[in-house]
Design a protein around this ligand. Structure first.
Ligand SMILES: Nc1ncnc2c1ncn2[C@@H]1O[C@H](COP(=O)(O)OP(=O)(O)OP(=O)(O)O)[C@@H](O)[C@H]1O
Ligand SMILES: O=P(O)(O)OC[C@H]1O[C@H](OP(=O)(O)OP(=O)(O)O)[C@H](O)[C@@H]1O
Length: 220
């Protein structure tokens, strides 16, 4: 299956926190399929009548599916887009999934200025974002890539700092971590494969416009 199948529009949705919000939003503009659920073990769900195909991916892999055209479009957090840095079009800010990328340290390691953290270890799920951020400050750090529960790393001496996303701040607070730098805000984005955007322009453009109108009307 490839999106070169001109009859279908293939939409990638990520498992996890953005799945339900994204599936519900798309349903409101008529893009849905029977059995579309994060809990389903089916990874490809097709609506034959509407010529829509959904694929369900791991969050971090979604931009890769869209870059290679295995999906025409997808929905993914800006944090993941910044980290994965794939060659895709970002069409629309969907204004949900609010969080921000930031750096934090345990209270006991708090320094006066960012340069005081030079050469310390940073645990993160976002090594590229972390590397770029510290590089932009002219600070060299040792980046340690982890896949989750990042807040654990400073508590057990794996790293001094973390770079992660924060939403409510509850996880930081419960683990005695203090935010020392805000790196980038993030929300869910509609993205498109560059070739698909040209070849299936009418469908993708209409979907993007319909979503934009819906978000504007819901914001009123
Ligand atoms: N509190 C939050 N925690 C995590 N992600 C959030 C939060 N708020 C918004 N988001 C957004 O939701 C996206 C998906 O989060 P989720 O935790 O499902 O990611 P994941 O990497 O798939 O998780 P896991 O690796 O645990 O399966 C994030 O990339 C981010 O854009
Ligand atoms: O500010 P808060 O509202 O507390 O949310 C932030 C937390 O949520 C995310 O973790 P997630 O639940 O995705 O688990 P993970 O650490 O395994 O990625 C993120 O990595 C933080 O740990």
């Amino acid at each position: 299956m490839t999106s070169s199948d001109m009859n279908y529009l293939t939409i990638a949705l990520p498992k996890g926190k953005l799945f339900d919000l994204s599936a519900n939003l798309l349903a409101k503009v008529g893009f849905t399929a029977e059995g579309l659920s994060e809990n389903s073990r089916k990874l490809v769900i097709t609506n034959e009548a509407a010529k829509i195909r959904f694929i369900i991916t791991k969050t971090q892999d979604l931009p890769t599916y869209v870059e290679y055209g295995a999906a025409d479009i997808g929905i993914i957090g800006k944090d993941v887009l910044l980290e994965e840095n794939k060659n895709v079009y970002e069409l629309l800010d969907l204004k949900y999934g609010f969080c921000r990328l930031m750096a934090a340290v345990p209270q006991s390691l708090l320094q006066e200025k960012m340069s005081d953290y030079a050469h310390m270890r940073v645990a993160t799920k976002y090594p590229r974002v972390a590397e770029q951020y510290f590089h932009s400050l002219g600070i060299q750090m040792e980046i340690i890539k982890l896949n989750g529960s990042i807040e654990l790393a400073p508590m057990v001496g794996l790293a001094e700092l973390i770079v992660d996303i924060v939403e409510t701040g509850r996880t930081l607070k419960e683990n005695n971590l203090i935010e020392v730098a805000s790196i980038h805000p993030a929300t869910a984005r509609l993205i498109a494969n560059r070739v698909s955007f040209k070849m299936k322009f009418d469908r993708i453009h209409k979907l993007s416009e319909d979503l934009k109108c819906l978000l504007e009307s819901e914001a009123k």
